[in-house]
Design a protein around this ligand. Structure first.
Ligand SMILES: NC(=O)c1ccc[n+]([C@@H]2O[C@H](COP(=O)([O-])OP(=O)(O)OC[C@H]3O[C@@H](n4cnc5c(N)ncnc54)[C@H](OP(=O)(O)O)[C@@H]3O)[C@@H](O)[C@H]2O)c1
Length: 298
């Protein structure tokens, strides 16, 4: 298939390009900058320079492609997410670029849209499992961009077209967030939010990349994509093992956790997310877990 992908130079995008090319697809990576071209080509795709906020520019870039995949995101690292305007770029990408992408994909004649989303829209569900049917906790204005993005993808899925929305688990691997967490663990600084006995659902980048390939086989709808959920205290130990230290990663004190604000507060939630729907529909399976040695270098 001919597949166009936005965010192709990012953590998710690069993995997706490589996995799609390995699966035999012809992949065009969209980047806004000339310096992004060799990054896409290095993963086996061909690159087109386009503005992701301009539906006309995008429609030109998408023409002749069967599928459009949107992996755009710009998540601030660690506590920098508390800074004023820290989320402005990420919000703009979900609120404006994702909408332009869904419209341009339809205009260009693509038959399928695969949209990256996140499990962090679910409410804290304690030790209970979370399936796609659990109502989202998105009433706060901060979630408006992600809701708008979902609507744009659902709107795309009319007239015989399909849209697959992937609610990805917390990514881990070689990215800046995990590197920051490993560094804090080595230094004995706090890094984790929430309570030790609550759940986190992680997704290694390489498995995320393959999930975009699997999503080509899924029917229209929402799918959770993550590994086996683990307790946060287990994750704290896995971080320490990978960081090469004995002491588990530390949790922020309650007093700090109480003032992190809506955007980081989602990371305090207990999210025991089931990916059974995606696995049974597509055959996708996670292959790298937080106890797989060397996961931060793969
Ligand atoms: N579910 C999750 O846990 C989840 C989901 C998504 C991201 N993340 C985390 O978020 C972090 C950032 O992800 P990432 O590294 O993929 O993001 P990124 O590198 O900041 O952005 C991804 C791509 O989007 C494009 N982009 C970013 N900001 C843009 C802007 N303002 N205007 C236009 N294009 C823009 C860039 O492409 P060009 O510069 O080539 O145009 C960039 O390569 C990662 O550490 C990742 O793990 C987590």
């Amino acid at each position: 298939m001919r597949i166009a992908i936005t965010g192709a130079t990012g953590v998710l995008g690069q993995e997706a390009v490589e996995a799609l090319v390995a699966a035999g697809h012809e992949v065009t990576g969209i980047t806004r900058r000339d310096s992004g071209v060799p990054i896409v080509e290095g993963r086996g795709g061909s690159a087109v320079v386009a503005d992701v906020f301009d539906a006309g520019d995008l429609a030109r870039a998408f023409r002749g492609h069967d599928v459009v995949i949107n992996t755009l995101a710009h998540v601030p690292v660690g506590m920098s997410g508390l800074r004023p305007l820290a989320w402005r770029e990420d919000d703009r990408l979900h609120l404006e670029a994702s909408v332009a992408i869904a419209r341009a994909a339809a205009q260009a004649g693509a038959r399928r849209l695969i949209q990256e989303s996140t499990i962090y829209l679910y409410p804290d569900n304690g030790a209970d499992w979370i399936s796609e049917d659990l109502p989202l906790n998105v009433r706060n204005q901060a979630f408006r961009p992600r809701v708008r993005e979902m609507r744009a993808a659902v709107d795309f899925a009319t007239g015989g077209r399909s849209a697959v929305i992937l609610r990805l688990g917390q990514l881990f691997g070689r990215d800046q967030h995990t590197t920051h967490a490993l560094k804090a663990t080595r230094q004995g600084d706090p890094i984790l939010l929430g309570k030790p006995d609550t759940y986190v659902t992680l997704l290694h980048h390489s498995d995320a990349g393959r999930a975009f390939v699997a999503a080509l086989r899924a029917g229209s709808g929402f799918y959770n994509v993550g590994g086996e959920p683990i307790t946060k205290k287990r994750w704290a130990k896995d971080l320490a093992t990978e960081a090469g230290v004995d002491a588990p990663a530390k949790f922020y004190p309650e007093i700090t956790q109480a003032i992190v604000g809506t955007r980081l507060d989602v990371q305090r939630r207990s999210l025991r997310v089931s990916s059974v729907r995606f696995m049974s529909e597509t055959g996708w399976r996670p292959t790298v877990g937080p106890s797989t040695p060397g996961w931060s270098r793969r």
